[in-house]
Each structure stands twice: as C-alpha cells, then as structure tokens.
Design a protein around this ligand. Structure first.
Ligand code: ATP
Length: 588
C-alpha cells in the first residue's frame, strides 16, 4: 500500500478535532487498506509500532533527526534548526526544507506503508555502540525517497509528535462501519479490545474474519486485559444505597496494581496502565509460582511495601525505590513487599470474566496459597452501614486507603469504570470529597528558596472525548524540598519547545511539558472559572472548572499514564456532588 495514502489521511485529520469527521476519514482509509497491512495502519495512526504493552519505543532524538534531514537534503544543520524554531514542529520544518532540496535522487523507490513500517521497526530495535549511525542511515534512506509531506509524517512518528487526536473508540467506530456497515457493532469490537489491549489485532481479525471472528475472540495469556475500574462514593450511606442488601467489602490497599500472567515458572507482570513491569519485581517472579495451583492463570493483585517487623502496610511511595534498573537486589531486601491477590480473570484455558464476583473470589482462594509473601486481600461480606464503618476503620488502621465495595453477582467488566465496584477512601471525607490525579502540562520558575526549580506547576485533566489535556489549576503548595528536586529532575526530560497540541490552556507557562507525568492533588472545592479549560461550556457557557486551594499530596502517580488521569466527566460529577451537599446542608 502506498504510504502517500496514509500521509494524505494524516494531513486531513490534522485539520479537525471533530469525531464524526475523523471517523469519516478513517473509514475512507480503511476501505483502501489491504487486509495484511490493516494492523500496521492502526498502530501508525496512533503513532505506535505495536501495542503499548510490548514496550517498543522509537526513541529518536531531535538532534539525530535533524542530522538525517541534513544528510538527505544537503541543507546545513543550522538552517534546519532555524526553520524548526520558527514553527516548533520538526516534521513540518522538514517538509519545508525538503521542498528546497539541493540534492536530487535519481532512483527514487516507491515508499510503501510496509517499507516505512519495517524501517521504523528496525530503528526501534537497534541497540549497541553504532546504533546512532545506523538509525541515521535508515532515516535518511526513507527521507531520500519521500515526498515532503510523507517525510513530515515519517518524522512525526519517529519523534513521537504525531497527534491526530483520535481516541481508541473513534478507531473502533471506523472499523465497525467499514467492516460491518454498522457503527453499533463497536460494542462487540470493544469487548475484543478490552480483553487483548491490542487494537491492531482487533483490526486484523475484523478485516479478515468479520464479526464472527471478533465474537470468537479469546483471552490470550501474556496479552494484558484492560482493568476494571471503580466509581467513587463518599459515605457508608451512599454505599448501602447503591449496592443493595449484601455485598463484599475489601481493603483498598495503597500499592501498585498488577496483573500477573503465569504459566509454570513463567511470570509476566503488567501495571495498571498495562506496561510490562516484570523487571522491577524479580522477587515476585521467583516466589510466586510456588503459591499457584493452576497450569495457566491471569490474576490481579496489589503489590504493597511492608514494614518487615510489624507486617504493617506502607504507603505507595515506598514502592518508588523499586523503579530502578541497577542494584535491584539491594532494593528487594531494603524495601520488602507482599503480593495481595483480589481477582482471577483466566484459569486453565477458560475466561473467568463472566463469573460473578463471589465465584471468582472462591476460585482465587483455591488457586492462590497464602504465605508470608502471598496474601488474599482481606474481605468480608457486609449488609449494613455499621459493618462497613468498622471494616473501613480496620483498613485505615492497618495502613490502607479505604475500602473497595463489590457486588457479589456481577462479572468482571474489563476496561470500564462502573458502579459494580465502588471505592470509599478516607480522603473522601475531606472538603472536596476526593483527591484528583492530574497531568503536569507546564510550570513557572520559582523564586527565593525555589530558584532554579519549578515553583508552581500547571495541571490538567484528561478530556477523553477529544483526547486533550485541559488546564484546571496551578499548584504551588504541598511540596517538600525533596519533592521539588525530584519533580525538576523528572520534568526536565519532558520539556518541549512549543506547547503540545493536545494541551488546551490559555495560560502562559514559563515552560511546557509533554503531557505525561501524573501527580495527585487535593483541593478545598471546585469552582467555575473563566480562565481554565476543564469541562469548558459544560456547566456554563464560556466557563470552565478550576480547583480552589489545590495542594500536592506527595504522590507522584508513576503507575498512571496521562490518559488515566482524572477526566472532566469525573470533575463534573464531583462538582455536582459538592453542590448537592451544600444544598442538603442548607435544608438541614
Ligand atoms: P485510585 O486513584 O483510587 O487508586 P484508580 O483510578 O487507579 O484509583 P480505581 O478503579 O478507581 O483505579 O480504584 C481502584 C484502584 O485501587 C485499583 O487500580 C488498585 O490499584 C487499587 N486497589 C487496592 N485494593 C484493591 C482491591 N481490593 N480491589 C481492587 N483494586 C484495589
């Protein structure tokens, strides 16, 4: 398939954010796509080469890309840098530069999607001492044969700056319309995506086997399942109101959620955002198989740091020490953990997702043998408010965040946040009712004690409909000196020359970041805001929502991707909830 078809679609998509128009462009593209390249097209549309969980990163630096452009165009590096500074988009700058190309290539080879994909794949896989030279050779070989517009998109993919604003749901809409003629069938595709986390694979199956193939889609070991998420509630009363007469209450442990895929001695761990985190926990890999009574199984657990002497749970932050590549052995002995199991999703070739919670829990207890390292998450069946309160108290006293409440007869809803699971946290009793996980999009330099570091951060919520990050507040309190140093270090790698197009903010920050890092904040209330862009026009026209007196809680949510941050929908619910409380109080 000619790469120009894809580049054409990319250019059309870049001019719109409207979901219907994007879907239309996708349908036109998929109609022209041969079956054997559809998965590649789907990955490339998302600026990827493979599903996220495979961890294949292109990781090409701007400098290298500039050298490659210079090599294939004959134009000096300085001139390319000047052009780049004008617009802040190297892909675009390359297309302008290549228009002025002084070297001509006589034997131009056709650029196909297959060739671009294979070359990018090679670039991603190259390691070793000569890797930079090899990468440059591959990039300039592509640029030599590319038209300016093709070159601009090849570079955007390489640099990770292709932002078409298409959410996964929009891709599935496009697939459903193209291959089944009915957008409603997206629901069936969604199921396949939720159990595989691989949109390329879903595309391949629908294109080659149609709906029947999708309906027969099976869970595969070592392919992560998208996690089920919980709605939040504020009180024991609300729990009883929403959950009915009898339900399960489990401790909500403050650790790292992990999905374990196990077959014999082979264990692979996926984080909440489905990143492969196996290398951080060699102790789990070594010890877990002995506790598992199953041939093949997918389980969910919370990894929690513990105090070895008292057995008490320690806060999530302690697990940060495990995020290192070197001297992991030392971290294992210094920061011991336990693995606390709470669900089973797949057991000996059979999916468990359709089983009710109670059945899954029974099965889990049968499969996982407890010892010092391996535990079942504490659980009781509750029927009233007092029982919940007492269990909540116990949970908090042993170092947990609160409770997870789960309906007894409900299946595991992969990939969705719903009311079959509810979370009741201690902070929910504070003024706002909950903490929020927000994306750091910009910063302002500090003064006084904070000179040379960022004094205030600009934060955003995730707008999942548009795939954008909308500003919601500036935060400058709650940071210790260590926090400021650590954040400065992490964020320095994420600085961009221009504001990323997915960021929606009117503010003039001193620096802008790639929207990647998620931190937790609390606040006293949510107010209407003429400046901020979160939930703009949702409550009142030309007005957004903002956090009042926000404060950093000390938690950097390394396990969350930016797309897992609090959404505007959640903020609107909190805003309405606080209104309701104020209204109820006034009536008392
Ligand atoms: P939070 O910010 O509250 O951790 P979240 O967005 O990561 O929430 P939710 O589904 O809203 O995810 O809350 C559930 C989270 O709580 C899980 O992701 C998991 O890490 C953690 N957790 C702790 N104990 C349990 C448990 N018993 N059952 C399920 N999840 C648990």
């Amino acid at each position: 398939m000619e790469f120009s078809i894809l580049a054409d679609t990319f250019s059309k998509m870049e001019t719109t954010r409207k979901r219907l128009e994007l879907t239309q462009h996708l349908v036109e593209l998929f109609e022209k796509t041969p079956q054997q390249v559809i998965s590649k097209i789907v990955y490339l549309l998302q600026g990827k080469l493979r599903p996220d969980f495979e961890g294949i990163e292109l990781g090409v630096a701007e400098k290298l890309a500039i050298r490659a452009i210079s090599k294939s165009s004959g134009i000096p590096i300085k001139k390319i840098e000047t052009e780049y500074r004008k617009g802040g988009d190297l892909g675009h700058a390359a297309s302008v530069i290549l228009e002025q190309k002084t070297q001509t290539t006589f034997l131009m080879e056709d650029i196909t999607v297959e060739r671009v994909y294979e070359t990018l794949f090679k670039i991603a896989k190259i390691g070793g001492t000569r890797s930079q030279d090899m990468k440059m050779k591959y990039i300039s070989s592509l640029l030599n044969d590319a038209t300016p517009i093709e070159a601009s998109f090849i570079l955007k993919i390489l640099l990770g700056t292709l932002r078409l604003g298409i959410a996964e749901n929009t891709v599935m809409d496009g697939l459903a319309i193209t291959f089944t003629g009915n957008k409603e069938n997206r629901k069936i595709l969604e199921h396949a995506y939720n159990v595989s986390s691989d949109l390329g694979k879903v595309a391949e199956v629908i294109a080659s086997k149609g709906l029947e193939g999708i309906e027969a889609f099976q869970i595969e070991l070592f392919n992560p399942i998208r996690p089920m998420l919980a709605d939040r509630i504020r009180s024991e009363e609300e729990a009883v109101e929403k959950m009915g007469e009898k339900f399960a209450a489990e401790y909500k442990l403050d650790g790292e959620r992990v999905q374990l895929h196990i077959e014999g001695q082979k264990v692979v761990l996926f984080s909440r955002s489905l990143e492969n985190i196996t290398s951080y926990y060699p102790d789990i890999i070594e010890k877990i198989p002995k506790s598992i009574q199953a041939d093949k199984v997918i389980l969910e657990a919370e990894i929690v740091a513990i105090n070895e002497n008292s057995g008490e749970f320690l806060p999530f932050q302690e697990l940060m020490h495990r995020r290192r590549k070197y001297r992991i052995e030392k971290a294992i002995s210094q920061y011991p953990i336990t693995v606390n199991f709470f669900d089973v999703l797949y057991y000996n070739e059979t999916s468990c997702l359709e089983l009710g919670y109670e059945q899954r829990r029974k099965l889990l207890e049968k499969i996982v043998k407890e010892n010092d390292f391996v535990k079942h998450v504490p659980m009781i069946i509750v029927t009233n408010k007092n029982e919940i309160e007492e269990f909540l108290e116990n949970s908090i006293n042993s170092g947990c965040e609160g409770l997870m409440l789960k309906m007894l007869d409900k299946p595991y809803q992969a990939g969705s946040r719903g009311s079959h699971w509810l979370k009741l946290k201690r902070e929910y009793r504070n003024e706002l009712g909950d903490s929020l996980d927000l994306v750091v999009i910009g910063a302002f330099f500090g003064k006084g004690r904070r000179t040379g570091r960022y004094g205030t951060l600009l934060l955003a919520t995730y707008e999942d409909d548009q795939d954008t990050f909308t500003s919601i507040c500036k935060v400058g309190t709650g940071f210790t000196d260590d926090d400021l140093d650590q954040l400065y270090q992490i964020l320095s790698d994420k600085v961009t020359i221009k504001k990323n197009p997915r960021i929606d903010s009117n503010m003039e920050a001193d620096v802008w970041f790639e929207p990647e890092l998620v931190i937790e904040v609390v606040a006293s209330e949510i107010t209407l805001s003429p400046i901020h862009k979160a939930a703009r026009d949702e409550i009142r026209k030309n007005t957004g929502l903002a956090l009042r007196f926000p404060k950093f809680t000390g938690k950097i949510r390394i396990e969350k991707a930016a797309e897992d941050a609090s959404t505007n929908e959640e903020v609107i619910t909190l805003y309405k909830g606080q209104k309701k409380i104020a209204h109820d109080k006034n009536r008392m």
